[in-house]
Write a protein that binds this ligand. Structure first.
Ligand SMILES: [Zn+2]
Length: 394
C-alpha cells in the first residue's frame, strides 16, 4: 500500500478542497486500499461457514469443503502448532501451516457466530486464533459507522462520523506499518459491525458514499481524528490524553451542544476496599484511612493527577490510569470531582469517553439544528482541513 504517495497527495490537495467524485470504474481496476482489521480472539473450535467457501494455505493447499443447502462449512481445531480442518462429512484435513486464507463467493464469511467480509486471514497464535479481515476502506467505514453511531441519528452527524472514522484508520495505518494489522475491531480503535440488512442501511450507505474518500488533514498529514460519546461541555486536547507532538494535536473546544446527553451528569460510588485492590502499592493500608484528592486538572477541567493518601503514605495516580483500572464504562470520563465519604469514594462527573475530537452527542445536536457535516467537523477539529483523498493512489 503506497501510503507515502497518499500523504503527498493530501498535501497537494489541501488548499484545493476538491470534493469531486472518485471514478468507481478506476477504483475497481486499480487495487483498492485494504484495511487489515484484527479480530483479536476467536475461540476454538472455530466454525467457518460461507457460500462458495475456499480455504488456502501458504503452502498452496486449497480446500473446497462440501456444501449443505449451498453453504460450505469447516470446523477448525488446534493440533500442536498447526490447524486441523474438519468438513461436514467428518473428514479431517491436517494443515501444515498455522495460518490460512478464507475466501467466499458471496463476499461474506461467518466465523462462529460473527458475520464478516471476505477475505479473511486466520492466524494461530498460541492457544487462540486471530482473524485479519482484509477490507476496502469504504466498506470498513460503513461497518464502523454501524458500530459507532446509531443509524437513526441525523445524516449530517453520520457523515461527520464517517469522515472522522476514515481519517482515524488511515492515520492509524501509518503508526502500525510494522504490525500485522492496522486496526482492532473494538473500542481499542474503532468498533466495527458488519452491516446487516436493516431499515437504515440505505442511510448508512448515503453517509459513506456522499463523503467518499474525504479525510481530515493537518500539517500535510491525515489527522488521527479521535472522537467520543459525549464531552460533557468541553472537549479535551488529545496530547492531554495520549501525549504527542503539537503537529498532530487536537485542540480543546467548548461544547454546549451535548448538554442533556444521557451521561451529562453521572455518579459513581466505589468502596475504598475495591479502590485499594486496584493499586498493589496500597496493600497494607487500612481502607478507611485512604483518601483520594484531585491535584491537577487539564486545560479543559479534566482530572490529570490525583493523590491517594493514607496515614503514612502518599501516592500519585493519573486520571486516565484510574479510568483504565476502574473500567472505561464504569468511570465514564476523567471530567469528575471526588468526595471521600466514609468507606466510599464518590465520583461525580460529566460526559462519556476520553473527550478528544468530535463529540458524538454534540454532533447530533448540531446536525439537528441544521448544520452540515463540514461545519460540524470544523467545530470539533478547528485546525484541520477537509480534503478529498484520491483512493486510487493509495
Ligand atoms: Zn460535547
Amino acid at each position: 500500500m503506497k501510503l507515502t504517495a497518499f500523504i503527498v497527495l493530501i498535501g497537494m490537495l489541501q488548499s484545493a478542497l476538491a470534493f469531486g467524485a472518485v471514478d468507481q470504474e478506476l477504483l475497481i481496476v486499480d487495487e483498492p486500499p485494504r484495511i487489515r482489521m484484527r479480530i483479536k480472539s476467536v475461540e476454538f473450535p472455530v466454525k467457518v461457514q460461507a457460500e462458495g467457501l475456499t480455504l488456502a494455505t501458504p503452502s498452496k493447499r486449497v480446500l473446497r469443503p462440501v456444501a449443505y443447502n449451498g453453504v460450505r462449512e469447516l470446523v477448525l481445531m488446534k493440533q500442536m502448532s498447526s490447524l486441523v480442518a474438519k468438513d461436514l462429512k467428518g473428514s479431517s484435513h491436517r494443515l501444515a501451516d498455522s495460518e490460512v486464507m478464507l475466501e467466499s463467493e458471496s463476499g461474506e464469511i461467518q466465523i462462529n457466530n460473527q458475520k464478516l467480509p471476505s477475505p479473511i486471514l486466520l492466524k494461530r497464535t498460541q492457544d487462540r486464533l486471530e482473524a485479519i479481515v482484509l477490507i476496502s476502506l469504504e466498506k470498513y467505514v460503513m461497518g464502523v459507522l454501524e458500530g459507532e453511531m446509531p443509524t437513526s441519528w441525523p445524516i449530517e452527524a453520520l457523515k461527520a462520523q464517517a469522515v472522522a472514522a476514515r481519517s482515524y484508520v488511515l492515520a492509524q495505518m501509518q503508526s502500525r506499518l510494522m504490525s500485522g494489522y492496522d486496526v482492532e475491531s473494538t473500542t481499542v480503535d474503532q468498533v466495527y459491525r458488519h452491516p446487516e440488512l436493516h431499515p437504515n442501511l440505505e442511510k448508512l450507505k448515503t453517509a459513506v458514499e456522499s463523503t467518499k474518500g474525504m479525510v481530515l488533514s493537518k500539517s500535510g498529514k491525515v489527522l488521527k481524528a479521535y472522537y467520543h460519546s459525549a464531552c460533557g461541555g468541553h472537549t479535551e486536547r488529545s496530547s492531554d490524553v495520549w501525549g504527542g507532538s503539537d503537529s498532530v494535536d487536537l485542540q480543546s473546544v467548548a461544547d454546549p451542544f451535548c448538554k442533556g446527553n444521557p451521561s451529562d451528569h453521572w455518579e459513581l460510588k466505589v468502596s475504598k476496599l475495591e479502590f485499594q485492590s486496584l493499586y498493589p502499592e496500597l496493600n497494607g493500608t487500612s481502607p478507611s484511612d485512604l483518601a483520594l484528592r484531585v491535584v491537577t486538572r487539564t486545560g479543559s477541567g479534566r482530572v490529570a493527577l490525583l493523590a491517594v493518601t493514607s496515614r503514612s503514605t502518599a501516592n500519585m495516580i493519573t486520571g486516565n490510569d484510574l479510568r483504565s483500572k476502574l473500567g472505561y464504562g464504569k468511570l465514564r470520563s476523567t471530567f469528575f470531582t471526588v468526595q471521600n465519604s466514609g468507606e466510599f469514594i464518590v465520583f461525580r462527573g460529566h460526559g462519556f469517553g476520553h473527550g478528544s475530537g468530535l463529540c458524538q452527542w454534540g454532533a447530533r445536536k448540531q446536525a439537528l439544528s441544521g448544520k452540515d457535516f463540514r461545519k460540524i467537523l470544523k467545530y470539533y477539529y478547528p485546525q484541520a482541513v477537509l480534503v478529498n483523498s484520491d483512493v486510487r493512489n493509495l
